[in-house]
Design a protein around this ligand. Structure first.
Ligand code: KIV
Length: 261
């Protein structure tokens, strides 16, 4: 099985839709990889999914590396993207290069992703210049949740187009558009030569990304409009666990077939 590469992802723009899902552990990464996904993102959404934080802000470089190592071991084909967490690149070029280098070296991921448009142009360029491929991320950037005043759709067309172009000019190989009106995503997708990967950004992007737990219906009450639940695993898991509890309490499990003689 051949590994998907950065040039391969770039070359598929306009030819074939790209797919990306998040994973934070070996088993899920193995299942996602076997299913034929193009890219696995170890997102800093690990903070709100696996680690129980209120938002992505507390996530550390160490936590990202810890969760990416098993994903890299499992991904035989998919390109692995690791998110740079809040304050691991915002201090400036030297800090950003040091952390990007460490994250690639220690996690086994092939590329990093970081949030921000024009303001991050020099940082993206510096990381690309040391041969670490960068995926950009604009629109709703969750690490800026306090500055943005919440998780809102981003509608300023000029700023979004300017940000997208800055990320491309800096040398990013692809860009995530999060919570961007579909008409604006369409314009950005047409104007850029690198693939756009949408989440809440409509059907005209070059590819799509979702948080795996959202797709599987594992998350609780929070259901963003852009999430399509392909399964309702939370209900299935709960009912399996309840049956187990019931059977143990009533002496039904283990029965003879599950016992040694
Ligand atoms: O952290 C994450 O999972 C992400 C995706 C939602 C794009 O950045």
């Amino acid at each position: 099985m051949e590994k998907i590469t950065v040039p391969n992802i770039r070359a598929r723009k306009g030819k074939e839709k790209l797919t990306m899902l998040t994973a934070y552990d070996y088993i899920f990464a193995e299942i996602i990889d076997n299913a034929g996904i193009d890219m696995i993102l170890v997102g800093d959404s690990v903070g709100t999914t696996m680690l129980g934080y209120k938002n992505t802000i507390p996530v550390t470089v160490e936590e990202m590396i810890h969760h990416t190592k098993p994903v890299s071991r499992a991904a035989k084909k998919a390109l692995v993207v690791i998110d740079m967490p809040f304050m691991s690149y915002q201090e400036g070029i030297e800090q950003a290069k040091r952390n990007a280098g460490r994250m690639i070296k220690e996690s086994g991921a092939e590329t990093v992703k970081l949030e921000g448009g024009a303001k991050m142009k020099d940082v993206i360029k510096a990381i690309v210049d040391i041969d670490i491929p960068v995926m950009g991320h604009i629109g709703l950037t969750p690490q800026s949740v306090h500055a943005l005043g919440g998780y809102k759709v981003q509608k300023e067309m000029d700023r979004l187009i300017n940000d997208a172009k800055a990320v491309e000019e800096a040398g990013a190989f692809a860009i995530v558009l999060e919570c961007v009106p579909r008409d604006i995503s369409k314009i950005i997708t047409e104007e850029l030569s690198i693939p756009t990967i949408g989440i809440g950004a409509g059907p005209d992007c070059d590819g799509q990304v979702l948080v795996i737990y959202d797709l599987l219906g594992l998350m609780g009450a929070f259901r963003p409009k852009f999430v399509k639940r392909y399964m309702d695993l939370r209900t299935d898991i709960e009912s399996g666990i309840k049956r187990y509890i019931d059977e143990v309490k009533n002496g039904i499990f283990p029965d003879d077939t599950h016992s040694f003689h």
